[in-house]
Design a protein around this ligand. Structure first.
Ligand SMILES: [Zn+2]
Length: 348
């Protein structure tokens, strides 16, 4: 079964279903909004509904017709499946539904060990276009590209061609958290379905329903600046504790209580180094967002960029502790907050 939708996901879904009911759902849809809000869940639920052969008046798929059963069987597949002949499979598994096409990161099999690609390449898009054009059992075929912001520059022409020659009953849905990265010629041809951060009360109620107690949920939601999906992820994978640790480290480095080199060695010592840099960059961004002093905002923005660059460096052969130490030396040079008694880099 596909998961129950969160209230903010349900709103986006309902909007699309209403558009379909009015006969206004076009060939191309751009589903956008912040990462981890569940855009993919909305796209899947919508695909299941559009493909359903016995759609209810309540805007839900029946769940029992042949199409729904085929669709649901898909979710049981191993997400990191590779085809028996060794050719790459979709990391989320293949759809058992012949009229449902999902295109995302594939696996690069050579050199060994296999790794997922970091972009969606032209061969994938060509295959998508071919499959989308095939005849469909009930006249409907749906292709989803996610993340569409990872489509390779050369592959966009192939997508554009598909968008320019729409066929009846064929849908192409692009899912993106940074839609501005998509070419304007693509964006202008898509209907837009936008997902936004929910109101705080709704986010808290949802986090509570995920099993987090009220205080923890509030702290995580504050740290994630109102993003429930992020807060939930941080609570599940220890990200919130790590974030607090990073905030405390940054404060100590800024006050001169810890050395950049010693701190960098600790940050680089385990597999969480990239995650620490992610939180460090985000904490700088959070600090900057509440400020009015342009000089400090600029310094924090520069440091935010530097932290992200350092995170990219971790994937190269550069020595992680040295790269991080340089970043932390730069952190000391960011002018300190003026208000007395407030910690640098703390959670707000
Ligand atoms: Zn059905």
């Amino acid at each position: 079964m596909i998961p129950e939708l969160a209230p903010w996901q349900q709103r986006a879904y309902d909007q699309a279903v209403a558009t379909l009911a009015e006969g206004r759902l076009g060939h191309a849809l751009l589903l956008c909004g912040p990462e981890r809000l569940g855009k993919r869940a909305v796209a899947e639920a919508l695909a299941r509904y559009v493909l359903c052969q016995s759609r209810g008046a309540d805007g839900r798929a029946c769940g029992t017709c042949r199409s729904c059963r085929l669709f649901d069987a898909r979710s049981q597949r191993d997400p990191v499946e590779v085809r028996p002949d060794g050719s790459p499979a979709h990391p989320w598994g293949h759809s058992a539904h012949p009229d449902y096409i999902l295109v995302g990161y594939e696996w690069r099999l050579k050199p060994s060990p296999p790794k997922p690609r970091t972009e969606i390449v032209i061969d994938q898009v060509r295959e998508l276009s071919e499959r989308l054009a095939l005849s469909a059992e009930h006249g409907v075929r749906i292709a989803i590209v996610e993340p569409a912001d990872a489509v390779n520059y050369n592959a966009w022409n192939a997508i554009l061609k598909t968008l320019e020659e729409p066929q009846p009953g064929r849908y192409l849905w692009l899912v993106a958290s940074s839609p501005s990265r998509l070419p304007a010629t693509i964006r202008s041809r898509c209907q837009r379905l936008e997902m936004r951060l929910p109101p705080r009360d709704e986010a808290l109620a949802w986090l509570h329903a995920q099993g987090h107690d009220v205080d923890t949920a509030q702290a995580a939601l504050d740290a994630a600046r109102g993003h429930p999906g992020l807060a939930d992820a941080w609570l599940r994978d220890g990200g919130l504790a790590l974030r607090k640790e990073v905030a405390a480290d940054l404060a100590r480095v800024a006050r001169g209580e810890s050395g950049p080199i010693e701190t960098a060695q600790r940050w680089a010592a385990d597999e969480d180094a990239a995650l620490r840099l992610y939180h460090a960059a985000d904490l700088a961004l959070a600090e900057a967002s509440g400020l009015t002093d342009p000089a400090r905002i600029r310094k924090l923005a520069q440091w935010f960029d530097a932290a992200n660059r350092t995170r990219d460096l971790l994937r190269t052969t550069v020595r992680a502790d040295l790269a991080i130490a340089e970043l932390l030396v730069a952190w000391r040079a960011v002018p300190a907050r003026q208000a007395p008694g407030q910690e640098r880099g703390g959670n707000r």
